[in-house]
Design a protein around this ligand. Structure first.
Ligand SMILES: *Cc1c(COP(=O)(O)O)cnc(C)c1O
Length: 408
């Protein structure tokens, strides 16, 4: 038997079934018309946001990194809860505009921004977190062509990385950001060119559950920002301090202590060097805001035994939930939290493998999981499906097509 990840707080049984937003899994599937289905809960997103606001300093803005989940209704809903939106392509810019975000609240990071993407962002008035001198030069030229001062910040490639981070994006050679040694000269160049200088973006990693690691990284971010600004002789109107707040996906993962992170940050922001005294600070979070608020529901289409191993074969799979299958940046596959949704309060009775419908051995949703006895027609719930699910999975693989999505 292999342990399942912990079911996130906030899910309960109703009439024996998993309920999301007060409605049973089978009622939600009925309304959607079919499985597989992603269901995202407004209540849980609101709750995570409220917990964060309570823990973080008032002075800190909270941005949503929309790559975690760009579903239109969710994007619209979260707009009223957050202070800004972080995007990574012109496609996301368009989705953000359609969801009602104003360009002022949007910042655009990402390596390999094409000229037409820079053009769209500058014309709209979005802040660009430039990732190289080449990109800064192109943005400045586009600004001159458009006769506007582009809003430019520098994304710094920090020399440290977030300890315990799921995906390392800082420290050493990286395609992201400008190496610290090159930052002061580039900052001067941007300011001297008459751009609307916005400051720095320093992102050092993701999916950390260790508060001390985040506290340490945030301390480094403040130190580096002050040092670079001092060297360049520029102000820091805005400092995007990155994010990296993780959620528990696997057995023995424990939730991040946001109270500890908030208290440490409060202290640091209360004792800032002069050069950062007027700075507006922000963190950017994806999975922490939406990951636990989403559930992927898929129906069992077959149940069979092969060499003494029972398989529950579902109509879903890695084409919607690549991360849960263990094929999205994990070294060792471990089980996400999984349940039989329409037998949510039943006792575990057997050990089974839950798999998807794709013709590849990679398509696993739970290995050797201890679950209530389930039959063809029952619903399997995969939790932690609110981030990096639908939009981060190869939906067209094997001609399957996308899952339905629903915000409740
Ligand atoms: C992906 C990404 C995020 C969001 O990461 P989460 O782990 O979902 O919080 C934030 N900032 C940048 C620059 C990213 O690339």
């Amino acid at each position: 038997m292999k342990a399942l990840g912990p079911i996130p707080v906030g899910y309960a049984a109703k009439d024996g079934e998993l309920a999301i937003g007060g409605r049973t899994a089978s009622a939600l599937v009925k309304e959607a018309g079919d499985t597989p289905l992603f269901v995202y809960s407004r209540d849980l997103i609101r709750q995570h946001m409220a917990d964060l606001r309570a823990a973080m300093p008032d002075r800190l803005n909270i941005h949503y990194a929309m790559k975690a989940n760009p579903y239109g209704p969710l994007l619209e809903f979260i707009a009223d809860l957050v202070d800004g939106l972080d995007i990574a392509s012109a496609g996301e810019l368009q989705q953000a505009r359609e969801a009602g975000y104003t360009p002022r609240e949007i910042s655009f990071a990402g390596p390999g921004k094409r000229d037409r993407e820079l053009f769209a962002a500058i014309r709209a008035g979005v802040t660009l977190n430039v990732e190289s001198e080449n990109e800064a030069d192109r943005a400045l030229q586009i600004g001159r062509d458009l006769k506007v001062a582009p809003r430019l910040a520098i994304r710094v490639n920090p020399s440290f990385e977030l300890r315990g981070s799921g995906m390392k994006m800082g420290g050493g050679a990286k395609p992201f950001g400008v190496d610290t040694a090159l930052v002061p000269a580039l900052a001067r160049k941007i300011v001297d060119a008459g751009a609307n200088w916005r400051g720095f973006h320093i992102y050092s990693g993701s999916q950390a559950l260790d508060a001390d690691a985040i506290i340490e990284s945030q301390g480094h971010v403040l130190d580096v920002a002050a040092e670079l600004a001092g060297e360049a002789g520029v102000t820091v109107p805005h400092l995007n301090m990155g994010g990296g707040f993780g959620i528990p996906y696997f057995d023995k993962d424990t939730p991040l202590d946001i109270a500890a992170v908030g208290a440490a940050l409060e202290q640091r922001l209360g004792d800032l060097p002069q050069i950062l005294s007027e700075t507006q600070f922000a963190i950017e979070l994806g999975r922490y805001l939406v990951g636990e608020a989403g559930v992927y529901l898929t129906r069992i289409v077959d149940r069979k035994v092969s060499h003494d191993t029972t398989y529950l074969i579902t109509d879903g799979g890695l084409h919607h939930q690549l991360a849960a299958s263990g094929n999205f940046g994990t070294v060792v596959r471990r089980n996400y939290p999984v349940a039989i949704a329409n037998r949510f309060d039943a006792e575990a009775q057997e050990v089974v493998n839950v798999v998807g419908c794709l013709c590849t051995p990679l398509d696993r949703l739970a290995d050797a999981a201890s679950l209530p006895r389930a039959e063809v027609g029952d619903l399997v719930a995969v939790f932690c499906a609110g981030a990096y699910g639908a939009s981060a999975s190869p939906a067209t693989f094997l001609g399957q097509g996308p899952a339905q999505e629903m915000l409740v």
